[in-house]
Design a protein around this ligand. Structure first.
Ligand code: G4P
Length: 542
């Protein structure tokens, strides 16, 4: 298959990103505004309504219905300024799970939303760290300027200190709360005046000024706010300097913008910056160290998420695949790298803002959902062409919740072991085994509590096993490796600290910690080894 000029253009115009934020910072509101701009929805409220409506739908997992939450990572696609933008949802709140992290392996950039009164919160920090692992470029949007909040300097200082990334304000707020007058756009040298009537996609009033000293500007925003703006700009220009796209793409700098998603203010400015600076699909690396470019003429992609039982009657699953190179056409054949066999990609869906739709053609950068009867696992690669490709996989992330399992009916131990083993392979939960005890009493770990709910539900529904979960006191698991690059597991007896050890299912050594203090003590007192928060190993072994 060769790519036509048109195909290459399609790839070049793909932009795939996610929003990362702490619950309540305004992600849903912002998603809605972005979709309104892109014409993917037509009135505000559709995204929220969809969230609520889900509980009434019949073809989603029962668990979703009972809890009224979304277990899925949905993908929304919209067009803006000739770009085809894929926005991946990163579930938060109660549905926070390892899937939330894995989703970030499928994006090329991220938008971090902060509440201007709260700044960097726990979930923002966790998600940011996952982006940093892959050096994903991050836009920062400080939200809710229509309400009183903290000083913009203080917020930028916090981002720099807590997240360890340099800030470069592209827009700058003039006042806030009741006194919010708008934003000054440093790159475009214009002021965008705030109006709280911006519920549609109508343009806010913009005025250009060659300099912030312009008396007309003073008249517009008042003496006091003008003096403040002049002082702020002097300080910023003198200390921070101009915004450089390359530093953003290298993930050394985050462009910072201010606005108010609810009143639709600053959203267009964000989208314009996004269009000018967000990266097109990245090249991906294979296990062999080869680089696969998006415009390569063969199709390839990797699976980053599996959603089981969307339709229980068929026991089917949908696997989410990020296309890494080339073009997808429905009905095509692709090789499954791990199994070494060819499969037909006939049932494909794209998860649009409104609904699931069949997709006939998709390009590098896009996400497609493929129906699967159990042949795919997280991290699997599908490809076409003569050369075998296997991408370097999706890492496992350190769980923060741990349980042991008590079986209600002891005679069902075999089913339980089968269920746990299969659900771990699928990535639903993580399995840790104390080598001294063996797999009779495994420890299960999850990034979010939801994963345990899914485990209970699926064990009962698919394996007919009822269990009780016994919470364990650990807070962190860390993969322990030699610093000097030796691949063998370090000897647990040589690691200082009163920690407990286990092995993951690929037999990597893992240390378990009951507190932050416990962990940092071990880190400080074991200079020869590293304690990894995530493990990039071949998740799927043949
Ligand atoms: P999330 O998805 O990140 O959890 O946040 P979401 O958009 O649901 O927003 C959380 C709350 O913050 C909502 O209020 C929302 O209206 C509000 N919000 C979002 N953006 C802004 C903003 O720019 N300014 C102000 N003042 N508020 C904002 P709610 O009361 O929970 O819901 P609703 O009744 O407004 O829908």
């Amino acid at each position: 298959m060769t790519l036509s000029t048109n195909d290459s253009k399609e790839i070049e115009r793909r932009r795939t990103f996610a929003i990362i934020s702490h619950p309540d910072a305004g992600k849903t509101t912002m998603t809605e505004k972005l979709l309104l701009y892109g014409g993917a929805i037509h009135e505000a409220g559709e995204v929220k309504a969809k969230k609520e409506r889900r509980s009434a739908r019949s073809d989603w997992m029962k668990l979703e219905q009972e809890r009224g939450i979304s277990v899925s990572t949905s993908v929304m696609q919209f067009d803006f300024c000739d770009l085809r933008i894929n926005l991946l949802d990163t579930p938060g709140h109660a549905d926070f799970s390892e899937d939330t992290y894995r989703t970030l392996a499928a994006v090329d950039s991220a938008m971090m939303i902060l509440d201007n009164a709260k700044g960097v919160e726990t979930q923002t920090k966790k998600l940011f760290e996952v982006c940093r692992m892959r050096r994903t470029p991050i836009f920062t949007f400080i939200n809710k300027l229509d309400r009183e909040g903290r000083s913009p300097f203080e917020l930028m200082d916090e981002i720099e200190k807590v997240l360890n990334i340099q800030c470069n304000p592209v827009t700058w707020p003039i006042g806030m709360g009741k006194n919010f007058k708008g934003i000054y756009h440093r790159l475009k040298k214009k002021i965008i005046l705030f109006t709280d009537e911006g519920f549609a996609t109508g343009e806010a009033e913009e005025k250009s000024f060659d300099s912030v000293q312009d008396p007309m500007l003073r008249e517009l925003i008042g003496e006091e706010l003008h003096a403040q703006l002049v002082e702020d700009m002097e300080l910023i220009d003198g200390t921070i300097g101009p915004f450089e796209r390359q530093s953003f793409l290298d993930a050394n700098v985050t462009p910072v913008m201010f606005g108010s998603g609810r009143t639709n203010f600053g959203v267009r400015a964000f989208l314009e910056l996004f269009v000018d600076t967000a990266p097109a699909p990245f090249a991906q690396t294979t296990f062999g160290g080869d680089i696969v470019n998006p415009e390569d003429d063969f199709f390839s992609g990797f699976i980053f998420k599996i959603q089981a039982n969307m339709d229980k009657n068929h026991r089917d699953r949908v696997v989410f695949l990020r296309i890494a190179s080339g073009k997808f056409e429905r009905g095509m054949y692709a090789k499954h790298a791990r199994l070494g066999k060819e499969i037909r990609l006939s049932h494909s869906a794209q998860f649009m803002a409104r609904d699931r739709e069949t997709v006939d053609v998709a390009y590098a950068g896009d996400i497609i959902g493929l129906h699967d009867n159990g042949t795919c696992k997280i991290g699997d690669t599908l490809y076409t062409g003569a050369k075998r490709i296997e991408f370097s996989g999706i890492p496992q992330f350190s769980p923060e919740h741990f349980v042991k399992v008590d079986l209600a009916e002891p005679l069902k131990r075999k089913q339980l072991q089968k269920g746990i083993s299969e659900l771990c392979e699928e990535g639903t939960i993580q399995l840790f085994v104390d080598p001294k005890v063996g797999d009779q009493d495994p420890l299960l770990g999850a990034v979010g509590q939801l994963q345990f709910d899914v485990l209970l539900y699926r064990l009962k529904d698919e394996y007919n096993v009822e269990v009780r979960l016994r919470p364990q006191p650990f807070k962190h698991a860390r993969w322990i490796r030699y610093k000097d690059g030796r691949t063998a597991n370090p000897d647990p007896y040589s690691v200082k600290g009163t920690l407990q050890f286990a092995e993951d299912r690929l037999k990597n050594l893992v240390g378990l910690f009951t507190s932050d203090f416990h962990l940092s003590w071990a880190v400080h007192n074991n200079p020869d080894v590293v304690f990894l928060e995530s493990m990039q190993s071949k998740l799927t072994v043949s």
